[in-house]
Design a binder for this molecule. Structure first.
Ligand SMILES: [Zn+2]
Length: 301
């Protein structure tokens, strides 16, 4: 995945809160009893909490990872200064996320426009360690998420290192893009009124509303990928990039994560979908390139 060297980046769509520390404190996000909206904010690694009421804590065998974190490949700084063009996006993770946010939103803005709707631009917030959000206090271990209450996407960029150390997913540019595009998929769902329609639900399992919601976000990520080059920010997206995305989708499937962390698979507690489901719905969006093919709410998924 390569960005156009001279494409201007709009850092106005990203808020950099990495320099702000919240100090010690508990994690309000997580645990059992969350409604569907609550589940949405558990993005990629929610199953690590074992579906129980123990909060978003890691299982004991993974806990030391928090201390092992290596820093992302760039130092936090002023993104307005550092991230001006596609060339910066080719060189720095934070600028790359800015470029992806720009591209994803440009794409969806066009889709909404063509169907005579108004797309609402929504910012991504970079944070480090902990952050107060409209959905409660988040810490890095919940992974990137979309908060429907304040309409923002939150990410600790250290997540990409975790992806590598926990799940063996290489943090390639497109894997990062897939994660962001998935979160904006939730923002699109939000604007289409999905969360109000679904209401509060704690349902889990391979055909549950939660999994259907997540798979649609994966499918939307695929749809964006199909059109990424048309947004002018992305210059090239190769089959190897797409394969990276598929590998990532598989690596964070509920069954794979459960097998890895619990040594067994419990489909009835799935919230995001199996490796196979996640790959399949991302592929479907990518191959067909139309949001309409992302109807994960009818029939078997
Ligand atoms: Zn999600």
């Amino acid at each position: 995945m390569r960005f156009r060297r001279n494409a201007p980046l709009d850092t106005g769509q990203v808020r950099d809160a990495r320099g702000r520390s919240m100090g010690p404190g508990g994690v309000a996000v997580g645990g059992g009893g969350l409604g569907l909206v609550g589940l949405i904010i558990y993005i990629l690694i929610s199953v690590l909490s074992n579906g129980g009421a123990s909060g978003a804590g890691l299982p004991p065998q993974l806990a030391p990872l928090a201390e092992q974190r290596v820093s992302v490949n760039d130092t936090p700084g002023d993104i307005d200064q550092n991230c001006k063009t596609g060339q910066d996006a080719n060189e720095r993770t934070d600028c790359r996320i800015v470029a992806v946010v720009n591209s994803v939103q440009k794409f969806w803005n066009g889709v909404f426009e063509r169907s005579k709707r108004q797309y609402m631009y929504s910012d991504t917030v970079f944070f480090a360690d902990q952050m107060d959000t409209g959905c409660g206090t988040a810490d890095s271990q919940v992974g990137p998420f979309y908060c429907p209450r304040d309409k923002l996407v939150y990410i600790d960029l250290g997540f990409f290192d975790d992806l590598q150390s926990r799940f063996g997913v290489g943090s390639s540019a497109f894997v990062q893009a897939y994660v962001i595009a998935h979160e904006y998929g939730h923002h699109v769902q939000d604007q289409l009124g999905l969360f109000e329609k679904l209401g509060s639900s704690n349902e889990t399992g391979p055909e549950s509303l939660s999994v259907r919601t997540e798979l649609q976000a994966d499918c939307y990520a695929g749809v964006w990928a199909a059109h990424a080059v048309e947004t002018q920010l992305v210059e090239e997206l190769t089959q190897a990039d797409i394969n990276d995305g598929l590998d990532a989708a598989a690596a964070i499937g509920d069954d794979r994560i459960q097998q890895q962390t619990q040594g067994q698979v419990n489909p009835e507690t799935w919230t995001h979908g199996s490796s196979e489901q996640r790959r399949r719905w991302f592929s479907r969006g990518y191959e067909q390139g139309k949001p309409a093919v992302c109807d994960t709410f009818s029939g078997s998924i």
